[in-house]
Structure formats: C-alpha cells, structure tokens
Design a binder for this molecule. Sequence first.
Ligand code: KIV
Length: 288
Amino acid sequence: MADKKRHTTVSLKSLFSKGEKIVMVTAYDAAQSSIAEKSDVDVILVGDSLGMVVLGYDNTIPVTLEDMVHHAKAVRRGAPNTMMLVDMPFLSYHKSIENTLTNAGRLMQEAYADGVKLEGGESIANHVKALVDAGIPVCGHLGLTPQNALNLGGFRVQGKDTATAEKILRDAQAIVEAGAFMLVLECVPSTLANFLSDQLPIPIIGIGAGNGCAGQVLVFHDLLGIYDRKAPKFVKSYAELGTQAVSALSTYRNEVKEAVFPSPAYSYEVGDHDFVQLYAKIKGDTNH
Ligand code: KIV
C-alpha cells in the first residue's frame, strides 16, 4: 500500500477519541508484515511471542534483544508504511535506566521502531518515564504478562479477585502517569477491561479482554491457524493455513516422488535444432 500513511501516537489518539477501534497484529518477518500492511491494520507488534511461535521455545524468557532487533528489522522492511511497536524482551528494561535506554535505542535506531512495549506497572514506571522523556513512545502491557508467567503460575486469567484487579488498576495508573501512550491488556475478565477503559485516558488494546477495549491484538500465527495445537479461548482463527500448508507440501512431496513435478510447464527447453548445435559444441569442446 504505497499511499498508506503510517500512524503516529497522535493519529492513534485521534482514532481513539473518535471511538474507531484500533487493529493490531503481531508479525516477525518481512513476509508476515507485508501481509499485515496489505490488510491495512493500524499497528504491527513485533511481539516477543516470537520466541514461542517462530523460535520454538516454550515461553518468551529466552528471547534476546538481538532476536528482537533482527526480526524487527525484517518486519520494518516488509511494512515501511505501518506503525511498528517492538517488545523489549526479558530483563532488557530492569537493570538500570541507562541499560533500558541503550536497549530501546537499538530498537529505534537499528530497526526504525515507532515505539516499544514493556510488561509491568509500578515497578518499571521509572523506566517508562525515562524512555518517554528520551522521545521513545511506550506502550504498556498488563494482566497476563508472559515474561512474569513463572511468578503468575503460568499462562492464566488475571484480575479475577479484588486484590489482583486493584493491583492491575494501580499498575495501569502508574504507566499512564509515566507517559505511556497505549496499554495492552491481556487475559483479564471483560468487566475489568471495561472498567479500566472507562478510567484511563489512553487506548487499551485487548487480547483476551473482551470487546469493550479501544482495540484488539492477536498473534499472527493464531489468527491464521498456522499451528494445530489447542489455542487459548480468546483466540479466533480466521483461517486454517497450517492444514492447507501440510496438504500443499504433501502434494508436492508425492509429485516429486512420482516424477510428476516439474512438468514441462515448469521447465526450460531449447528447440531440437538448438539442442543439436549446443550438444555438438559441448562435445567438440570436451574433445579438445
Ligand atoms: O508478544 C506478544 O505477541 C504480545 C501480544 C500477545 C500482545 O505481547
């Protein structure tokens, strides 16, 4: 989409003020991000779910800053006209403010990110503020925060009781005060997401947070049905590409085994006359 205009934090805010839903999808390489751009989504997130859906890890903890930079660069090349947010991976925004700024700076300067996403609330609010003060747009992430899944007892719904719901509210307020322009809210009851949406002045992008949020995000591989493993309840698969891909590859495999592929339509030929001359020349050359 050559004439598509890349969203900024300001244009997203205006969608939010108008009540137009914000559409976000993850992508991890140029092929995926170009599909996302052609689909006219508002925001691409290079999520650290990369670790699970692309790199084959069980969780997001092993994902490194190098992984994120490498994949974000590819995503940017495939979608030059779409706003791209990039996840800061595990332990890349906890050690010191200086380290956080250096790491986020790499995502901005090497991958041309439009902003970064960080998981957590009050405990990282000073890092969020430092990033925003340095000119780096920040999106928060609360509710189920996968980098903290070991402390949360796994990938489970958050904010189901008063104490944890209140904690999420306090965390959200801290992130807003620190200057975040948007917040991803993952795997919480819809009632809590709706309450937070009413309370906060910034757009909330839900994933497993019901239909009352300012926008939605889904993981590319989940929404296209690339894996056949059981997905969480909140995932809607809009296609079954995994099944189609296995069927296509099996047909390819059988056609090669049976010497059906490549047929003449997929082969290069020279005419009989040209071949005789070519053959004679090769023979002549090798006889000398
Ligand atoms: O890493 C990711 O893909 C995410 C989304 C699930 C919001 O953080």
